[in-house]
Design a binder for this molecule. Structure first.
Ligand SMILES: Nc1ncnc2c1ncn2[C@@H]1O[C@H](COP(=O)(O)OP(=O)(O)OP(=O)(O)O)[C@@H](O)[C@H]1O
Ligand SMILES: [Mg+2]
Length: 242
């Protein structure tokens, strides 16, 4: 059986700069792969390459065994690969409901509709006519996720959903993860908060200067090993980075 998403030996450049170097991972339905790494490690470039917003220089991306490496972003979204970009990117001049409706444009058929996303984030019902620009950061993140869900994705690419959120807002965003996973979505989550990533991830990937420095199930990884992979220091296996 092929994986829901299979990324193989993927490389991506910004001009001369290799931002993603030969990265491989796979994702099953109902699974969360967390992608961690310092600023500039290549996390967003990797997600954008998977979403089709950035062309890879090498490697392949398969969805359910089908090669989508050279499809444009709209076609990938129509097949169910949907990105919630860093910084949310709502339309400030549109109200909450209008922002959500943009997610329905060319949506796949599936279980997510307006009622169901409002069940997930009940406060949206009262505030659907409010301009998106008046929402808090956490509320904007919720709307960005809800908008992506309305497209009925199979693979959700979440780029730093916790960026700039208060601890309470962050908890509210992560509280919906179990429901997303139950629905059979596969999630690639970019997260700077390593502890948080470890709580929700089935697999953890660490990037350093575009390269994978660590891959594994959270329960099999030592904190010291993760820190070493994150900062690029050697791990001696005795709990001390050299
Ligand atoms: N549009 C761009 N043009 C040129 N270089 C870029 C561009 N976007 C990113 N880069 C460079 O590519 C590398 C990877 O950037 P990327 O944004 O993918 O990292 P990141 O891991 O998402 O970082 P952060 O945690 O800060 O969001 C960095 O060195 C960055 O400076
Ligand atoms: Mg980024």
């Amino acid at each position: 059986m092929s994986a829901l998403l299979e990324v193989s030996q993927l490389s991506s450049y910004h001009g001369q700069l290799p931002a993603v170097r030969e990265v491989s991972f796979s994702l099953q339905a109902g699974q969360v792969v967390a992608l961690i790494g310092a600023n500039g490690a290549g996390k967003s470039t990797l997600l954008r390459t998977v979403a089709g917003l950035h062309a890879p220089s090498a490697g392949s991306i398969r969805l359910d065994g089908r090669d989508i490496t050279h499809l444009g972003p709209e076609k990938r979204a129509a097949l169910g690969v949907v990105l919630v970009p860093e910084g949310r990117r709502l339309f400030a001049s549109l109200n909450v409901e209008e922002n959500l409706l943009t997610g329905c444009y060319r949506a796949r058929p599936g279980g997510w509709d307006m009622d169901r996303v409002i069940e997930l984030f009940p406060w949206i019902r009262e505030r659907r006519r409010q301009p998106a620009s008046q929402l808090s950061g956490g509320e904007q993140q919720a709307v960005a996720i809800a908008r992506a869900l309305l497209a009925n994705p199979r693979v959700l690419l979440l780029d730093e959903p916790s960026l700039g959120l208060s601890p309470a807002a962050l908890r509210r965003i992560y509280a919906v993860f179990p429901e997303l996973v139950r629905s059979g979505l596969g999630i690639v989550l970019v997260e700077q908060d390593v502890r948080r990533a470890l709580q929700v991830a089935d697999r953890l990937q660490c990037l350093l200067e575009g390269r994978q420095t660590l891959e594994g199930a959270p329960e099999d990884l030592q904190v010291e090993q993760i820190e070493a992979a994150y900062f690029g220091i050697a791990y001696r296996g005795d709990g001390v980075g050299a």
